[in-house]
Design a protein around this ligand. Structure first.
Ligand SMILES: Nc1ncnc2c1ncn2[C@@H]1O[C@H](COP(=O)(O)OP(=O)(O)OP(=O)(O)O)[C@@H](O)[C@H]1O
Length: 732
């Protein structure tokens, strides 16, 4: 070779998958060759060789070591690796392959042309059915299966045979076939595979003229082809395991995360659709922009969550996605839960009161209420818990500051009506409570948010934030969102890329609620939805959705949300539903189930037992320990999966986690929702809210399971989700 044009090297998902099957030393050698080439292409050239007798002259082989070869396509300045295997197998694999530019799906396909005549005939009984026998060619073609692959597709006998022959098919073809075999509708399949969407408005090139170099860069191609930007990125992807989300985003996910917006964006999607993944990529994208733009030096992205544990997890994941942004001084991304952010901010502003987030400080709030109730008479028919709920849900949640506003405040959703006189009496109580809080040096979280918002609005301090990204938005209230808006206020010059909010109201488990527009956040025209569940099997997803049947859910703004079109690609067993006579029997059954899980495939740390109450956690813990099963009680900190043991924790804590197998015990009608929680309901409407919250909680817990879900109860099952139990019984 004379010309030393630097090549752009990429890897398709098939190459990544074949790497995983190689002996470590071979995989390491390949990775080492690739990273060295990327660091200095001229010093570490790649000796690509032509593959004799191949159908496509651009197909090349690369010697990894004596016994192994990598297969790549070299087109123009691109080298795309597609397979690595033992010498003979690699050549055999390469023999019939070629690349096909496929403007229909906006991708590069790697297909094997099967010569129908020379293809060895699989010996089958003459009448043996074929998997796609009843699926017309026209349908497969319309979904994106290339003509050339149809003969091979026609030969597939069973879904298992197809799974075993995954690397025979183009990665996109495989996804489409899998979905067809699993019985998905065409529209669903298009969503799953990211085909058939609208072409980008900005794409100028006429479809037919797209080149390899252009097609490899499309959002669709990035679902299956990885083009590292730097040696460091390549090294990280190799080292961190080849977990899909870091590399292969769904075209929808990529489109949402990697573009500019003229205002706040809201991203919704059912459990496991990759909302957190998208939030992380968004942070990376915005931090990349900051890094590249000298006028933004010193600025950063704030990625905030509701819970501490999710903030920890995100921080750890971002350290594998884009460590340089977190390690930079000052960092270009800051990950912190909002309570913590507000505490730190107020501390810097010398706010003197202690914010009662939890623990002892919350007990002190109870004492203050006690003293207030001692000195006031309640209006007829109203209880102390009612007054406290009114305070929390109306006065604090909406930021009501004076009696006039309270008299006018909308109490939509609250069950017990209050006339003007009662409201006036209540306001005296609230005003007294507020005064006592201040004199005790205490503040509630909503006070802290409000205080911080006021400081920001009046002082307009020069905060370093270029943008705020919010995860778990469904659990944050109005005051939190007003604060978030104040951190990155809309300016006369616009609101570009300022706010990126992700959440799912189906998973609201803390009883807070905010509508974006009521908080001064306008997401009109910038509301996005993710539909493909990457975590859970179709069976578990369907069951978890039926738990919420009939519940009306908001869209985090003024409208309603649905889980229509929400699908998963994986299939598996139906959830296991086990009704027992006694609790002892239930626990015995749980132990037997745990013991029956295949230990060679599932690590104990990938099993979660999720309970409604802390006391239940303790009981399960006792039973498993007595049975000699290793356990880990998960509290609020991060879950270090290197520590062995079945995870036992609360359903609330489980949000943000995922397990191969999940058991949810104690779903009897006397235990779920916990009776204490129901007793505290102040009226019928409040009771209804609690019931919905617990249905959401069960939905969250069930959607933590990737492959196996076991639901159990003793005595009568909870009436909370009759339909779900019936549905599952039908499935089972
Ligand atoms: N493009 C992708 N490729 C492979 N895996 C993905 C992709 N996107 C998401 N995942 C995986 O799917 C799972 C769910 O992702 P994530 O936690 O971001 O979803 P979520 O919508 O935030 O979930 P939830 O609302 O239930 O907390 C994770 O294991 C994640 O790694």
């Amino acid at each position: 070779m004379t010309a030393t044009m630097t090549k752009r090297v990429s890897y398709d998902i098939g190459c990544m998958k074949s790497l995983r099957k190689l002996p470590d030393r071979v995989a390491l050698k390949f990775m080492d060759m690739m990273t060295r080439y990327m660091s200095d292409p001229s010093a570490n050239g790649l000796n690509l060789e032509t593959v004799e007798g191949s159908k496509d002259s651009s197909i090349k082989s690369l010697r990894v070591d004596q016994g192994y070869r990598a297969i790549a396509f070299e087109v123009g300045r691109d080298i795309m690796f597609v397979h690595v295997n033992e010498h003979d197998k690699a050549y055999r694999w390469a023999a019939g392959r070629r690349v096909k530019l496929d403007p229909e799906t906006n991708r590069i396909r790697v297909i094997e042309e099967v010569d129908a005549v020379t293809e060895p005939v699989v010996i089958q009984a003459p009448a043996a059915p074929r998997l796609f026998e009843r699926v017309p060619d026209a349908r497969l073609r319309a979904l994106g299966v290339p003509e050339e692959e149809l003969p091979a597709v026609r030969n597939i006998p069973t879904i298992e045979a197809m799974e075993g022959a995954e690397d025979r098919f183009d990665p996109l073809t495989y996804q489409i076939l899998y979905a067809v075999a699993a019985g998905y509708e065409d529209e669903e399949i298009k969503t799953l595979a990211g085909v058939g969407g609208e072409r980008d408005a900005e794409a100028q090139t006429p479809v037919a003229d797209l080149t390899f170099g252009q097609l490899i860069e499309t959002e669709q191609s990035r679902q299956t082809i990885f083009i590292p930007d730097s040696e460091a990125e390549l090294r990280r992807v190799f080292e961190e395991g080849l977990e899909g989300w870091r590399v292969f985003l769904h075209p929808e996910q990529r489109k949402i995360a990697y573009r500019d917006y003229n205002g706040a964006v809201l991203v919704r999607g059912g459990a496991g659709t990759g909302k957190t993944v998208v939030a992380m990529h968004r942070a990376k994208h915005l931090a990349d922009q900051i890094q590249e733009d000298p006028t933004q030096a010193g600025r950063r992205v704030l990625l905030t969550t509701f819970t501490t544990s999710l903030a920890h997890d995100i921080d750890a994941n971002l350290r594998t996605l884009c460590p340089a942004h977190l390690d930079a001084r000052p960092p270009r991304i800051e990950v912190i839960n909002l309570d913590r952010w507000v505490s730190q901010f107020l501390k810097r502003k010398s706010f003197a009161r202690e914010v009662a987030f939890f623990g002892e400080a919350r007990d002190r709030l109870d004492e203050v209420w006690r003293s207030v109730f001692d000195d006031h008479e309640l209006p007829e028919g109203l209880s102390e818990p009612f007054v406290r709920a009114e305070w929390a849900k109306i006065v604090q949640a909406k930021g009501v500051a004076d009696q006039r506003s309270y008299l006018k405040a909308s109490r939509a959703g609250r069950g017990t009506p209050l006339d003007r006189k009662k409201r006036a009496v209540l306001w005296d109580i609230f005003a007294d409570y507020r005064a006592r809080l201040i004199s005790e040096g205490l503040a509630e979280p909503d006070d802290a948010y409000r205080e911080a918002t006021e400081i920001l609005n009046s002082e307009a301090p020069n905060l370093p934030y270029a943008a705020v990204i919010v995860d778990e938005a469904q659990d944050m209230g109005e005051q939190a969102f007003r604060l978030i808006r104040a951190i990155v206020p809309e300016t006369p010059s616009g609101d570009r890329n300022s706010l990126f909010i992700v959440g799912d109201a189906h998973q609201r488990i803390y009883g807070r609620r905010a509508s974006m527009s009521a908080c001064g956040i306008n997401v009109r025209g910038r509301s996005k939805q993710l539909r493909l569940n990457y975590r859970t099997t179709q069976e578990i997803r369907a069951w978890a959705v039926s738990v919420l049947e009939g519940v009306s859910v908001d869209d985090l703004d003024e409208g309603t949300d649905t889980l229509r079109g929400y699908v998963s690609l994986m299939r598996g067993a139906a959830p296991l539903l086990v009704g027992c006579k006694t609790e002892a029997e239930e626990l015995e059954g749980l132990v037997a189930w745990l013991r029956g899980l295949p230990a060679d495939r599932i690590r104990l740390s990938d099993i979660g037992v999720l309970c409604a109450r802390k006391a239940d956690v303790e009981r399960v813990h006792g039973a498993l320990r007595a049975a000699g099963i290793e356990t880990v009680l998960l509290q609020s900190g991060a879950d270090d999966r290197a520590v062995p043991g079945v995870r036992i924790t609360t359903m609330h804590r489980a949000k943000g986690l995922e397990f191969f197998a999940v058991a949810i015990p104690f779903l009897s009608n006397t235990a779920f929702p916990p009776p204490g929680v129901l007793r505290a309901a102040v009226d019928a409407a409040d009771r209804e809210d609690i019931v919905i919250q617990y249905r959401s909680l069960l939905h969250v817990a069930a959607t933590r399971a990737k492959q196996a879900l076991r639901i159990s109860w003793s005595g009568a099952a909870t009436s909370l989700c009759d339909t779900a139990l019936l549905n599952a019984a039908a499935l089972g």
